[in-house]
Design a protein around this ligand. Structure first.
Ligand SMILES: Cc1cn([C@H]2C[C@H](O)[C@@H](COP(=O)(O)OP(=O)(O)O[C@H]3O[C@@H](C)C(=O)[C@@H](O)[C@H]3O)O2)c(=O)[nH]c1=O
Length: 183
């Protein structure tokens, strides 16, 4: 199989390592294949592909879309590096409020699958970071939701040291509510 799927401490969140075929020209890799993802338990189909570009120290998140537009996401970095975080925001989940973080870089090519209903955010660790992701549902701004990046209860350790003193965030993200409001 051209992918290695690894479980994380949060059921449903998967680390996916694609296999790179390098040669004199560069490399080739598959980044999504329905049959292999199905075998690994990812049965959702994807409806939208996104690409964002950020300078170093940008923090986007923590975002989700609520039902019926909840989005599963398959995320990766093609240039630069991020600290990527998935947060379980599924009501009644035994791991509600728990998060998983991982470094995704141009070099490691690692991908993360974040199930529908989860929150997602990332901090860019390098300048000129290009972030690509597939979503299982289309953008539905009326279903937009989020949690503030530095929520005390979530207690996410964003690796800001050596990157930036305070992350660059959008006005929208600066006014996101605390986790408590989702209960
Ligand atoms: C997400 C999105 C935004 N937009 C528009 C709305 C707005 O004018 C502009 C920027 O939107 P945002 O500020 O929401 O972009 P951004 O902060 O990059 O939002 C993204 O953050 C990461 C963490 C995610 O997980 C994504 O699902 C998405 O929520 O792009 C679309 O047209 N389609 C989309 O799918």
């Amino acid at each position: 199989m051209p992918f290695e799927f690894k479980e994380t401490p949060i059921p449903g969140v998967l680390i996916i390592q694609p296999k790179k075929f390098g040669d004199d020209r560069g490399f080739f890799m598959e980044t999504y294949k329905k049959s292999d993802f199905d075998k690994a338990g990812i049965h959702e189909s994807f409806a939208q592909d996104n690409h964002s570009f950020s300078s170093r120290g940008v923090l986007r998140g923590i975002h989700f879309q609520s039902a019926p537009h909840a989005q599963g996401k398959l995320v990766r970095v093609v240039k630069g590096a991020v600290w990527d975080v998935a947060v379980d925001l599924i009501e009644g989940s035994p791991t509600f409020g728990k998060h998983f973080g991982i470094e995704l870089t141009e070099e490691n090519g690692t991908m993360l699958y974040i199930p529908p209903g989860f929150g997602h955010g990332f901090l860019t660790l390098k300048d000129n970071t290009h972030f690509l992701y597939k979503c299982t549902e289309e953008y539905a701004p009326e279903s937009d939701g989020g949690v503030i990046w530095n929520d005390r209860e979530l207690n996410i350790h964003w690796p800001l040291e050596g990157v930036i003193d305070f992350p660059l965030i959008s006005g929208k993200d600066a006014s996101l509510p605390e986790l408590e409001t989702l209960r």
